[in-house]
Design a protein. Structure first.
Length: 595
């Protein structure tokens, strides 16, 4: 029964993976295609990642790389893969195109070179790109299918062999449909160019010199000018960076890039012609500017909003950093107390000063009395300060990023810093973000290390309704409910499962104390559906809740087995395929196995 539980391998070193479906990652994203295969073929997800990286690098449409792989699947490569129809040309030798990553790289270079070649021969943007459908035109796909031999002066492109146009077109449309479906893109993308140019036109007013903003503009320069690296894009701007010495080493100040980058952006409106790589450069700009996951998300986001205005949540790290620093800077000054009180009032959505005082544990009538004595006022101030600072300490763990919470904290910043407007407060928070991005780890400007919230009082008995993830399962124990429940994603459904988790935690603590090393838990409680998904036995103790898979740094599973075997009262397992992994469970009898 326990001997089948080895199949879940989660949150452990590279020798293990979360489930059987992730085994491709362990072997370098390869999937076997049977006996006698020299090397296995890369998984489709990994190939797609290669396509995305190289397409973004040169500013071409990613589905064309997937289509070239689908229709060519030659030559056979040294890494066991099939190629994209790329062969040596000019200075590109056979050894340079003999793996799939190299095939994808040179295929991307060659498609960009073909694009430039056609433009030089008089092709216009509309000949290359269908703006309404958001794809290459059939005319351009036909040109790709005819193959391409780069001119001798082109030292970064290889030869693209011919292919069947209809097959290439269908493979291209199939991959495009997948991208559209995943991102839920509108079927008509006629809005895209107008939205891109509208956003770019307003960037100078919203540029704050934040690292991700600078990176977005720099990527646009690189793709637009067909440059291979970030360094070459910087060199093209003809700017020399200034190293700034710090206590922890050297931090590069890249603010010198801002002026030429903004000058480049300001010229885009007059130079944009709708060529595919121009469009891809701007889509990439939007993706990085808005910190989105993919090209398609950037396109979808422009359908609703073409403004470069920062997302309100961008200032959240600066807000949290600000409140984390308050306790060390609070001196009980009237303006500081007023700022915190107003922030508290807005956070709690209280309507009046009296309600706010009551929420802080102060009777408003005491203050309302004529000529209150000094001792009374001092006591009230002490009570308010204590409650306000307690409120501040809770903010980092309670903040959910709602509009009301954010507005409360911005008002707190505004009053604390003595600023006239909310916009000024936000501007100072943006400056804080810039400082935190470049600050050495231990400097005062760096983001403070997060602090855990104080643990609530332990209940007299754990139940499914009162579990505290950060709390130890047994008093003063080493194992937490977070470990047992996979970070709270697998909560016990009933009291029997809770009791089973406590039972194994009690025994596991004894085992840990004997071994003298931390147990790094890879799997504990597994609901039946999850257990089945990862290939666990149908009667696995993980379903009950009283089984743990774990390893100890520096020890083998055999060492743990031998150390625990003499006294462990339940199930104890080890695995030949995973020599660091061990299994213990709290069944009612001794059971031992080597799987």
């Amino acid at each position: 029964m326990g001997g089948q539980d080895w199949t879940e391998r989660e949150a452990i070193p590279a020798i293990f993976t979360e489930s059987a479906t992730a085994s491709a990652e362990v072997s370098g994203y390869y999937r076997s295609e049977g006996e006698g295969t020299r090397m296995a073929e890369l998984a489709a997800e990994y190939r797609n990642n290669l396509y995305m990286i190289e397409a973004a690098r040169v500013g071409i449409h990613k589905p064309i790389l997937a289509a070239l792989y689908a229709v060519h699947r030659r030559p056979s490569l040294a890494d066991g893969e099939q190629g994209l129809g790329i062969s040596p040309a000019n200075r590109i030798s056979l050894s340079q195109v003999d793996t799939l990553p190299e095939q994808v790289q040179f295929a991307a270079n060659t498609i960009r070179s073909l694009t430039d070649n056609l433009v030089s021969r008089g092709w216009h943007s509309t000949d290359l790109w269908d703006a309404q459908q958001g794809r290459y035109t059939d005319a351009f796909l036909r040109a790709i299918a005819q193959g391409f031999a780069p001119p001798p002066s082109d030292t970064v492109s290889a030869r693209l062999e011919t292919s069947n146009f209809e097959a290439l077109r269908q493979a291209y449309l199939d991959d495009l449909a997948l991208d559209f479906s995943d991102a839920k893109l509108p079927q008509n993308l006629a809005y895209l160019d107008t939205a891109l140019l509208a956003l770019v036109d307003r960037i100078p007013q919203h540029y704050r010199g934040l690292p991700h903003q600078r990176e977005a503009l720099l990527e646009a320069v690189r793709i637009w000018r067909n440059l291979s690296t970030r360094e070459s894009a910087i060199a093209a701007l003809e700017i020399t960076l200034s190293p700034t010495g710090t206590t922890s080493g050297t931090v590069t100040d890249e603010s010198h890039l801002d002026a030429p980058l903004l000058q480049f952006v300001q010229r885009i409106g007059n130079t944009y012609t709708g060529l595919p790589y121009h469009r891809e450069a701007l889509i990439r700009l939007v993706q990085l500017w808005r910190q989105l996951d993919s090209r398609e998300e950037a396109i979808a986001s422009l359908a609703a909003d073409a403004s470069p205005k920062a997302d309100p949540q961008e200032i959240d790290p600066a807000l949290i950093a600000f409140v984390q620093r308050i306790p060390q800077h609070y001196q009980g000054q009237g303006t500081q107390r007023q700022a915190l009180t107003e922030g508290f009032r807005l956070w709690q959505q209280l309507g009046s000063r009296a309600q706010t005082l009551q929420a802080l544990g102060v009777n408003p009538e005491v203050i309302a009395q004529p000529n209150p004595d000094r001792e009374t006022l001092a006591a009230v101030a002490t009570q308010i300060d204590r409650q306000l600072l307690e409120f501040v300490r809770r903010i980092p763990t309670e903040y959910q990023g709602t509009n009301e919470q954010r507005a409360a904290l911005v008002s707190l910043v505004q009053l604390w810093r003595g600023l006239s407007t909310r916009e000024q407060a936000i501007a100072t928070l943006m400056d804080d973000l810039k400082q935190m991005a470049q600050a050495p780890r231990n400097s005062p400007e760096a983001m403070p290390a997060p602090q855990p919230a104080p643990l609530p009082q332990r209940p007299t008995r754990w139940t499914p309704n009162n579990i505290q993830l950060a709390a130890s399962i047994i008093p003063n124990g080493s194992f937490t409910w977070s470990e047992a429940t996979h970070g709270g994603t697998r909560m016990p459904p009933d009291q029997a499962t809770v009791d089973a988790i406590i039972r194994i935690a009690t025994l596991a603590q004894q085992a840990r104390d004997r071994i003298g090393r931390p147990f790094i838990v890879t799997s504990w409680y597994r609901p039946p559906a999850i257990n089945a998904r990862v290939g666990g036995a149908s009667q696995s103790r993980h379903i009950v809740g009283d089984a743990i898979d774990f390893y100890c740094e520096g020890l083998t599973g055999n060492q743990l087995y031998w150390a625990l075997d003499p006294w462990w009262p339940g199930g104890l397992g080890r695995y030949s395929n995973f020599p660091a992994l061990s299994h213990i469970d709290a069944r009612g009898h001794r059971a031992r196995w080597l799987h």
